[in-house]
Design a protein around this ligand. Structure first.
Ligand SMILES: Nc1ncnc2c1ncn2[C@@H]1O[C@H](COP(=O)(O)OP(=O)(O)OP(=O)(O)O)[C@@H](O)[C@H]1O
Ligand SMILES: Cc1cn([C@H]2C[C@H](O)[C@@H](COP(=O)(O)O)O2)c(=O)[nH]c1=O
Length: 222
């Protein structure tokens, strides 16, 4: 059977999504399937003025790391206005991104796509920004979820905090990494359709597991 035409790899920072998405595209190409890469996080267009306003209101904290890199935190739960308006504008941005980056290529151009991050990651980002663990149950979250095509295969890469910290120096400074991992664990419970892989093993092992899920055990040796 052909692999699904839309494959999404989601999960906390540093779990290997980009690495695995690229390896999967290469493997599928060798098998005769042309897939395109899509990065599906942070589409800010309509939400941009809201982000700017939030910054003016002092709701954005910027942490500068010893090497000069910066990590931004959104404390949007401190403002009723921003915590109401931001998810709606982000939804509209996601809708636009879905139309141009996913629906048209998938349905009109008949392309095959591997996404590095997807709508579930945006729900996790919003859960953290709004400090609302129930966000994925909200009306807005349901609207986001409705954007997901029915035949989409979503693979969640998960790894323990200590493992992720080893891989990416900068992430040990991220104040919300633990909370982010916990939020993905909650997501996994709520959405059993997410295929979860322990991403703490070596790159090739994780890759083989993904290939097995995508093309089925017998065909992966092709
Ligand atoms: N299974 C693995 N074992 C060890 N190191 C890995 C593994 N997968 C990825 N890495 C390394 O971990 C780092 C992060 O990987 P990658 O950028 O693919 O993760 P990511 O989930 O896309 O991260 P982010 O979302 O923060 O961009 C890279 O240096 C990569 O080489
Ligand atoms: C892969 C990719 C990344 N970025 C930027 C956006 C963020 O600042 C970082 C990390 O994003 P990730 O989702 O955690 O990988 O990289 C980008 O602008 N475009 C990309 O294709």
């Amino acid at each position: 059977m052909d692999p699904p035409r839309l494959i999404c790899i989601i999960g906390p920072d540093g779990t290997g999504k980009t690495t695995q998405a690229k390896m999967l595209i290469e493997k599928l190409r060798e098998m005769g399937y042309e897939y395109e890469y899509r990065w599906m996080r942070f589409h800010h267009f309509i939400s941009l003025p809201v982000l700017a306003l939030a910054r003016l209101m002092g709701l954005t904290e910027i942490q500068t790391l010893p090497d000069g890199r910066k990590i931004g935190y959104h404390h949007f739960y401190r403002s009723k206005l921003i915590s109401t308006v931001y998810p709606i504008t982000l939804y509209l941005d996601m809708l636009l991104a879905m139309i141009f980056k996913i629906y048209i290529p998938l349905k009109v151009q008949r392309k095959r796509l591997v996404c590095d991050r997807f709508i579930y990651d945006t729900l996790v980002d919003l859960t953290i920004d709004l400090d609302n663990i129930e966000f994925d149950n909200s009306k807005t979250a349901k609207k986001f979820l409705k954007l997901i095509p029915r035949d989409c295969l979503t693979i969640l890469l998960i790894a323990p905090y200590e493992k992720i910290k080893e891989r990416r120096e900068d992430l040990k400074f991220d104040k919300y990494l633990r909370k982010r991992i916990e939020t993905y664990m909650e997501l996994k419970k709520r959405f059993p359709q997410l295929v979860t892989i322990d991403a703490s093993s070596e790159v090739e092992k994780v890759h083989n597991q993904i290939v097995e899920i995508v093309v089925g055990e017998n065909e992966s040796a092709l």
